[in-house]
Design a protein around this ligand. Sequence first.
Ligand SMILES: Cc1ncc(COP(=O)(O)O)c(C=O)c1O
Length: 379
Amino acid sequence: MKLATQLVQVGVGRDRETGAISMPIYQTATFRHPGLGQSTGYDYSRSGNPTRQALEESMCSLEGGKRGLAFASGMAAVAAVMQLFRPGDHLLVCDDTYGGTYRLFATLGAANGLKFSLTDLTDLDALTGNITPTTRAIFVETPTNPLMKIIDLEAIIGIAKRYGILVIVDNTFFTSYLQRPLEMGADLVVYSATKYIGGHNDVVAGLVVCGSEELGEKLAFIQNVAGAVPGPLDCWLLLRGLKTLAARLEWAQASALHLARFLDQHPGVKKVYFPGLPGHPGHELCKKQARGFGAMLSFEVKSKEMVAQVLEKLKIISFAESLGGVESLITYPETQTHADVPTEVRRRLGINECLLRLSVGLEDACDLEADLSQALRPW
Ligand SMILES: Cc1ncc(COP(=O)(O)O)c(C=O)c1O
């Protein structure tokens, strides 16, 4: 089956007793035991719930993994992955990673003795140079957030295998529909399922898909012991979101390309970051390792003063954190998603006071263009 078919079919017919097309929401905390020492297979919803299991198994097979695990948020998923490591372990983290991931490593991770180095993973020599005897994993986001750098997964995975270290890919921006890190040899894929998987800006959740049974066992233990699980309704919303993932991404990425071209020509815009533009440094690599360019783009307006004007004047595109939903959203990384990244790091990376990040939704692309155009006036 093609992936688009698999996506639509998630959960269909799993409820054998009723044949329900839509996986039922098992809104229960606990399960009655048939007798002493007996179980229906479900005991308590932190440890397992049929709706969550449908989501976890669907994600596992969609991603081509060995085990899928759902979490209460993307950060809970990353935090669970972080618990695989011990004090003194060193992680290489891509330098313009999501600000919340940076904050997690820099605060809770550091407090627990974890060492990490922010590294430009587009520079393979820098990556190799930063590997130490205690390095245990490379944490990659591609495209990166918010500068849309494309990281060469094949090269990173090759280096990691040579050194016997794990590769963890945050696949939130592209999803398994566009990019398949486990099939390329990565060990773990993590998601903020709040974004494209849910797809409707109505649920906060996270997912991890493991490339080996061993990692699956370890993370299932962490999931149950630490307990940051999503509720059954949230799992059902993600199952429903998955069904339309292919259609949503195809539509949104076509619109994103349209808007990237429009912004690229606009006199009020200094720079556009979108891997679908031929001038983007990761354009060819993106074509090679993904099935599309996604629907996220960032752009720099001509001056800092223009930022407030654009954010206030936009009518269709909402000024709000998050991404990957049907509604288009615009974010100001400087004070929102990347506020916790130290200013000097932001500046070094190119995250400046003129940068805006746009998540292109499913509105008509011409309406979105008109909205941006009126907000950017008088240019
Ligand atoms: C790439 C990426 N990873 C992880 C997260 C964290 O996910 P959540 O907000 O669901 O906790 C986000 C949130 O914006 C994100 O953009």
